[in-house]
Design a protein around this ligand. Structure first.
Ligand code: HEM
Length: 481
């Protein structure tokens, strides 16, 4: 059964229409994987065709194996749409940073997903909107001096941010439904689209949940904070945006890559040989670790931004006069809320601006050092690394260096809007580069490997009918053993 299924997947009837006419007696008993491998090995030797990649993807006996047409259904159009939408997410993250840096994020005090699409249309509506803002803690405590024109600016920043979010919703969900209904996407891609839709929907709620933390005086009192959003919620919002961005980009890249393989099966088989090589395993793991490190460093940056921790210790590499502030400052009693001070540690790690900035520095330097090490290992393994991955490691090295410099300048110059915003975009660029590397080094999926083999056999058969005949004869012999 296993062999039969494997053969059907690799040497399909479409490729060799005469297969069904051959006197093949397939085994009724499931073949053990090692027997299957042995058969393929013999077959490879006899017909001179390499079945190796087929052998690594033995299907489970009860597994539902998608057909080749199903697996490769997703066209490049879907990939371009996903990558384009990830570009919109990149844009909204930068805009969100600008909204925060210009202190505009709390200017719209309501969440009206549909009716809020339109801004105030006349003087009366503007004044109504302004009077709602005047009730907010931010106006009362920080902005009581601003006039209607200044309010219009901060309103506009937040309104564009929300409108952009709605636009992403439409640009993503409508085509996703269209592609799925018209069966333009494989079930594998549909699953991913479903996850991405959930994150997108969730992101709208997280956004409002975050804004609420800066509008509600009770919450501000509890946090003993001036009117700003909670750093936890800001980082959750940033993290969800990063996930959405990475998911869209990765899926788009996957589709392009697999379609390219199907088009050029011979070069794909050569690449698979490299990708399946065990000496690339360490690089593969290392690149995943660096992607995780870049993401974690970015999230710790979100905590710095949320606590305005970039406004203190504006020196680098030292923090003030010393390399590391004193323990008393890093683990300050004032941040503990419980009487017995049992929350002293974690509250300082997440709520004390000094400690949070130190953590961001440590993560940033570790990520930088990690990428330098990855770069060195990649140079050493130049011979086995795929060419595009080799190039990308250099890009990654450049981006992390730039990002480190941007972070330091943001700190030195007291968080000017242009530097802080570029530093945020740099974090996305770093994650992008690391994600692309992970994608380039990833082993091909079992289904795709089989399809490529199939296409390659087909091409070999088309070019040389005697090979196809030989494959069929030997296959039949082996299958009936
Ligand atoms: C791998 C390196 C780094 C990454 C991935 C990274 C990432 C980030 C991110 C995502 C933010 C949040 C931006 C926002 O939400 O507006 C941030 C903020 C910040 N980072 Fe970094 N960072 C890195 C290195 C550094 C370094 C070396 C420093 C300085 C020592 C630094 C200083 C800052 C400061 C001061 C902020 C707050 C800016 C603000 O208030 O908007 N970063 N970082």
């Amino acid at each position: 059964m296993l062999l039969q299924r494997g053969l059907q997947r690799n040497i399909s009837h479409r490729t060799f229409p005469n297969l069904s006419k051959l006197p093949v007696t397939f085994s009724k008993e499931p073949l053990k994987a090692n027997k299957l491998l042995k058969c393929q090995f013999q077959l490879s030797k006899q017909v001179g065709y390499n079945f190796r990649s087929f052998s690594t993807s033995v299907p489970r006996d009860n597994a539902v194996v998608p057909s080749p047409a199903e697996t490769t259904r997703t066209s490049n159009t879907v990939a371009y749409w996903l990558i384009g939408t990830s570009g919109l997410v990149f844009g909204i993250v930068v805009l969100g940073g600008l909204t925060r840096l210009t202190e505009s994020g709390l200017s719209i005090t309501e969440w009206k997903p549909v009716t809020g699409t339109l801004p105030p249309m006349n003087q009366k509506e503007w004044e109504e909107e302004f009077s709602k803002y005047k009730e907010s803690p931010e106006f009362k405590q920080l902005n009581s001096h601003i006039n209607l024109d200044e309010f219009k600016f901060i309103f506009f920043m937040e309104w564009v941010h929300r409108l952009w979010g709605r636009a992403i919703g439409v640009v993503f969900i409508a085509p996703a439904i269209y592609f799925a209904v018209r069966k333009r996407t494989s079930s594998h891609v549909n699953k991913r689209l479903l996850y991405l839709t959930s994150i997108l929907g969730l992101q709208g709620f997280i956004g409002w949940w975050m804004v609420k933390s800066g509008l509600d005086q009770e919450q501000l009192d509890e946090r003993r904070s001036k009117p700003t959003v909670s750093q936890y919620r800001l980082t959750t919002h940033l993290g969800a945006a990063f996930f959405l961005y990475m998911g869209m980009l990765y899926t788009g890249l996957d589709i392009l890559k697999e379609n390219k393989w199907v088009k050029n099966p011979d070069s794909a088989l050569k690449l698979f040989k490299r990708l399946n090589s065990s000496s690339l395993n360490s690089m593969r793991k290392f690149s995943i670790i660096m992607l995780a490190a870049s993401f974690i460093t970015a999230m710790s940056g979100g905590m710095v931004a949320g606590l305005d921790a970039g406004w203190i210790y504006n020196t680098f590499p030292k923090m003030g006069e010393t390399w590391i502030p004193s323990n008393r400052e890093l683990f300050d009693d004032n941040f503990a809320r419980r009487e017995d001070k049992s929350d002293l540690w974690w509250r300082n790690l997440l709520e004390n601006p000094t400690t949070v900035q130190l953590i961001h520095r440590i993560f940033a330097i570790s990520t930088f050092t990690g990428v330098v090490a990855l770069h060195m290992v990649a140079i050493k393994k130049k011979q086995i690394m795929p060419r595009n991955a080799q190039m990308n490691v250099h890009t990654l090295m450049g981006v992390v260096t730039l990002q480190l410099c941007l972070g330091i300048c943001t700190l030195w110059y007291y968080v000017p809007v242009h530097l802080a915003s570029t530093h945020q975009a740099g974090a996305l660029a770093l994650v992008t580069s690391a994600l692309i590397l992970v994608n380039q080094l990833r082993k091909p999926r079992a289904n795709i490997k089989n399809i490529i083999n199939n296409v390659s056999i087909k091409q070999a058969g088309v070019n040389n009918p005697s090979i196809s005949k030989k494959i069929l004869t030997e296959t039949a012999k082996l299958a009936s053993k």
